[in-house]
Design a protein around this ligand. Structure first.
Ligand code: DAH
Length: 360
């Protein structure tokens, strides 16, 4: 029992130190100094062995009690210190949500990318998937397989960029239209086929309505039953969704493309006022795409039997429909990377076009 006053004394000193500890490090030093291997309490524990048995029992009990009082006090002080530190941080890291935001100058989505995405959304909803092709094509895929044989006048019309001849004498071309994707798709897949292929195309031509690089969207449907009526419905649905009007009228004009038979060019009604075009009102007509039933020779070139499968194809100028929808007067400006133009005609990066949320 002789140890009791000493233990009480130790407890008082330690508790005072703990209360005074101002941070975690000091607290840790106190813990080591008392409860660590060589600490004041541990040293006393070691001394128990040399005591007489009854003395040892009482001293052991008081030392164990002291140990847990000190451990609890340290834990409690640690919690206090942590809560105080958090409180201090919260007071200094105040965010004033009423401050005006700093203007962030972000990039914008180019009208071509915007319209590309809009078209993908619309045809996606009609059950089409997106196919891709390469910009460099062989003569066969760009022309021959599409029923445009050598010496066909359509070859001249296309103002083709040719590469230098390869070792076998053949010359690759920069694709002049997206129609080669029709052939690649037919080669790779079995009907029913429903694809659109948006992408870059190239022709050696430049004026207010032509640029050497431009964009087209190809469409192809191939199965056992698809007919001209399906083509008309599909394109009408597309125009209504794209131009966001239910009023739009369409005119199918007989035309000629080597890869379709029969072939039609499609016009939509519009009005011109003060140099501005409005789609879906008025009695003027505007050509927007070429289309037709896929020519049997093309189906054959794609590896299918034209007596078993049939379908339609269409091709439209993406840049052209972007100009029409968003009132952009000059095609060349699309590719001049003028920041002022991009800021004016560009779209918000956060506004992804969807049918549900609105296309434009
Ligand atoms: N390939 C044609 C062009 O570039 C556009 C076209 C017309 C594509 C009719 C088609 C189509 O698939 O059926 O002028």
């Amino acid at each position: 029992m002789a140890e009791q006053p000493d233990i009480e004394q130790l407890q008082t000193t330690l508790l005072a130190e703990i209360t005074a500890a101002g941070d975690d490090n000091v607290l840790e030093q106190i813990r080591i100094g008392a409860l660590g291997k060589k600490g004041s309490i541990s040293a006393r524990m070691k001394g128990l062995g040399a005591m007489a048995p009854d003395e040892r029992k009482a001293a052991g009990q008081s030392l164990n009690a002291l140990k847990s009082v000190i451990a609890d006090a340290i834990a409690a002080r640690r919690d206090e210190l942590q809560a105080a530190a958090l409180e201090e941080r919260l007071l200094t890291e105040i965010v004033d949500v009423t401050l005006p935001h700093r203007p962030v100058q972000t990039g914008s989505i180019h009208p071509v990318s915007q319209v590309w995405e809009e078209v993908v959304q619309i045809f996606g909803d009609l059950g089409f998937s997106v196919a891709e092709g390469s910009h460099i094509e062989s003569d066969w895929y760009n022309f021959g397989a599409l029923n445009i044989p050598d010496e066909h006048p359509a070859r001249q019309e296309h103002d083709t960029f040719y590469f230098n001849p390869g070792p076998d004498g053949s010359r690759k071309v920069l694709r002049t239209h997206t129609s080669p994707v029709q052939i690649h798709t037919m080669e790779k897949s079995q009907p029913p086929i429903r694809i659109i292929a948006p992408g870059r195309t190239f022709r050696c031509d430049s004026d207010q309505t032509h640029t050497p690089m431009f964009h087209q969207i190809e469409g192809l449907v191939l199965d056992e039953t698809t007919h001209l009526g399906n083509l008309k419905w599909c394109l009408l649905e597309f125009c209504k969704a794209f131009f966001e009007t239910d009023e739009v009228k369409m005119r199918f004009r007989s035309s000629h493309f080597p890869f379709t038979e029969p072939s039609m060019e499609v016009d939509i009604n519009c009005s011109w006022q003060d140099g501005q075009v409005k789609i879906g009102v008025g009695d003027d007509w505007l050509e927007i795409l070429g289309s037709g039933m896929v020519h049997p020779n093309v189906i054959r070139a794609g590896g299918h039997d034209p007596d078993k499968v049939q379908g339609f194809a269409f091709g439209l100028g993406l840049d052209r429909i972007a100009m029409l929808k968003y009132g952009i007067p000059d095609l060349r400006a699309f590719f001049e990377t003028d920041l002022r133009w991009l800021r004016h005609y560009g779209f918000s990066t956060l506004n992804v076009p969807t049918l549900a949320g609105g296309l434009s």
